[in-house]
Structures are given as C-alpha cells and as structure tokens.
Design a protein around this ligand. Structure first.
Ligand code: SF4
Length: 377
C-alpha cells in the first residue's frame, strides 16, 4: 500500500539519487550536496531560501519535488514533558511524532535526556489489542521522505521553542522507531529513511542512537541484523509465554517465542549490543508474578534490558494499568535476578500504548465534522 504523490518528497532522496536526477538535466555533481545542505543543515523552508542555486534550478526543483511532505497540525506539549506533534501528510493522513524528555539517570528531575519517537506507517495491521494505533487497521505505508520529514518537523518545533539557538538533531539522545506502525513491515522505506537520517549529507544522526522496535517479524529481524549501519533493536514482547502473548499480539501466532527468541539472540550475537524487551504491564493480562519469572528467564538468556511500561489507558479499550505495588513486585523479580530493568514512572513515557491516541481522536473528529470543516485541537 503506497501513496504516489505528484511530486516526490525531497526528504526521500539520497545524495546519489538526487545527484543522478540532477545529472540527467546537466547539473554539476556538487549541486546535490548543495541542495541537501539547504534542507538539512540550513533548514530552508522554501525553494527561494536556496539563494546559491540558479533560479532555473530552483524552478525545476519546485516542479519536481515537494520540499516538506508533512505539515504540522498541532504540537501538544504536556506537563509530563512529552511533546506530541500531529502531522498531516499530502493525502490528509495523520501521523504522530513524539518528543520525550526524561532524566539522564531515569529517576532525577532534570529531564535533559531527549528521545524522538517516529512513525513508519499510517495505522498498523498488527492488531495488538491494547494499542490505539492499530485500532483502525493499516491505511498505508509511509514513504522514506515522510519518515524523514518527521525529524525535520521536530527540528522546526524545537527551533520555535528556543528561537535564538537553532536546535540540532544531534542534541537529541536517541531516535526510537516505536510510533505508529510496524517498522519492519515497511522495511525498504525504513532503511532508506534511516540511511538519510544517519548520513553526513543528511541529518547526521549516529546509527547506534537509533532503535528500531518490532512486534516480532522474525525474517525481518534477521535481515536487519545484516544491515551495515548497525541500528539497535527493541522487541515489543508484552507477553512472556505464548498463551499470554498470543492473547494480546496476533503476530505471536505466526512467530511464537520459539521462533522469535532465537532470532533476537542471533541479532545480539551479530551486533554484540544489548537488545531491549519492551513490556507493557496490563492488569490481569500479563502482570502476574509467573509472567515476571518467565520474563526474567528470557531476559537472562538474551542478556537483554527490560523496559516495563505501566499501561496508559486508551479510550474505547478495556485494559487497565496495574497498581503501583503490583508494578514494583513484578520489577523486583527481575531486579533480584540481576536483570537490567527500568520501570517507567512518568505518564508521557508510555510511548507504545499512548502513541496513536491523538491521531485517533482527530480522525474521529474529522469524520464527525461536516465535509470541508476544519478540526480544532
Ligand atoms: S503496538 Fe505497534 S505493532 Fe502493535 S498494533 Fe500498535 S503500532 Fe502496531
């Protein structure tokens, strides 16, 4: 499922692909780097900003490419230090990009650690029962240019917050591909986008600070392990035994733990870096102490870090967050065994569960609004 726009997004071009297009019209090779410099380093917001390009070239670029394929609909800054950017793509599809500010050590009050959570699909086909993003199914894959555009929009939003000092993407600590969609189901666009994000002619963001999160598409995990750039991997586990995981994540029928865990191990052995197991704690679904013990055994075997995320309620879904006591009892079983574990406490950190709710709400308002009416925030 793809959307074919009239003009290709410039943010989906690599240095080579843009140089090839420019060469076809007789432009010198250095022009491609000059154009991309305007996009990523100088953050031009219009073709006319690109003042060192000949006027005829600017006109051709404007006719051929779309400079920014995602526009900001609203930026919701919440008290728990999460910014949610709601972005509209050219076909009016809505996506969410989230900025999360957290303490460097996970417990302090400084909130100087900054992570960006990006989306890769409009909707999601994976059908995890607790997730707002998957509620309406998959609408379409995002293009590489749309995926990259989210990060430029984050830069624009940060610039607006601190108008005097332009914020560089490098000032963020991490990018997590953990927003709407299953990233590995849109594999080629994902890798192209992350190549652009990583490249020195692109956003220049280190691959080791980029984490790709998957619900468990085993063949694609093995493919990702072979990618030369060496991204980090997180697994949305959410169930430590097959019966529990299948109950909430349909992907477990095709790729049960007996297939998933060896693939994760192969990835770890290939890269020598710790994988993260994401585990959303849902009351009376996966928060039993037996689940904690099974999760402990998996984490020890994989030498994985465990990220426990108390569930964030989604309107229209019945699932609940376990009590604080239950969360701590669950985490203690892992801690006592020496597992590296984080128990998220701030509300805004519940990326996977919370992500998609703003989009869902806005989509519903749009459906209810008379044709042509604008939806307010
Ligand atoms: S949790 Fe992730 S994979 Fe599952 S439905 Fe939501 S977006 Fe898709």
């Amino acid at each position: 499922m793809k959307f074919e726009p009239e003009r290709r997004p410039l943010t989906g071009e690599t240095l080579d692909s843009l140089a090839a297009s420019l060469a076809e019209r007789g432009e010198k090779p250095f022009r491609a780097r000059q154009v991309l410099d305007w996009v990523y380093k100088k953050r031009a917001r219009s073709w006319d900003d690109m003042t060192n390009l000949p006027k005829a070239l600017r006109t051709w670029l404007a006719e051929t490419y779309r400079l920014m394929p995602a526009s900001l609909v609203l930026n919701r800054h919440s008290a728990d230090v999460t910014d949610k950017l709601l972005l509209e793509l050219e076909d009016r599809s809505l996506i969410e990009t989230v900025i999360i500010r957290a303490p460097q050590d996970g417990v302090g009050l400084d909130h100087s650690r900054k992570t960006i959570c990006i989306s890769t699909q409009v909707g999601c086909a994976m059908g995890c029962v607790f997730c707002a993003s998957g509620l309406a199914g998959l609408k379409r894959d995002m293009s590489a240019g749309e995926i990259v555009a989210q990060l430029l929009q984050v830069c624009y939003a940060e610039d607006a917050r601190t108008p005097r000092a332009r914020s560089e993407l490098a000032s963020f600590d991490n990018i997590v591909v953990m927003g709407m969609g299953e990233p590995l189901a849109n594999y080629d666009a994902l890798i192209r986008a992350l190549t652009i994000v990583n490249a020195d002619w692109g956003l220049g963001f280190g691959a080791r600070r980029i984490t790709v999160s998957t619900s468990g598409l085993v063949p694609k995990i093995l493919r990702l392990a072979e990618e030369p750039l060496g991204f980090r991997l997180a697994i949305s586990l959410h169930g430590a035994t097959d019966p529990v995981r299948t109950q909430i994540m349909p992907v477990n029928k095709a790729f049960p733990l007996a297939k998933l865990l060896p693939a994760v191990k192969a990835f770890t052995e290939r890269h020598g870096r710790m994988v993260t197991l994401e585990f959303i704690l849902i009351e009376e679904v996966n928060d039993s102490l037996d689940q904690a013990r099974s999760l402990r055994d998996i984490a020890l075997d994989l030498h994985a870090h465990v990220n426990l995320i108390p569930y964030n309620t989604v309107a229209g879904l019945p699932w609940k967050r376990p009590s604080g006591t239950r969360q701590v009892a669950f985490a203690s079983i892992l801690e006592r065994a020496g597992v590296s574990v984080t128990l998220r406490r701030e509300k805004g950190h519940d990326i996977a569960a919370a992500c998609g709710q703003l989009r869902l709400k806005t989509e519903r308002e749009r459906e209810e609004a008379p044709s042509g009416a604008q939806v307010s925030s």
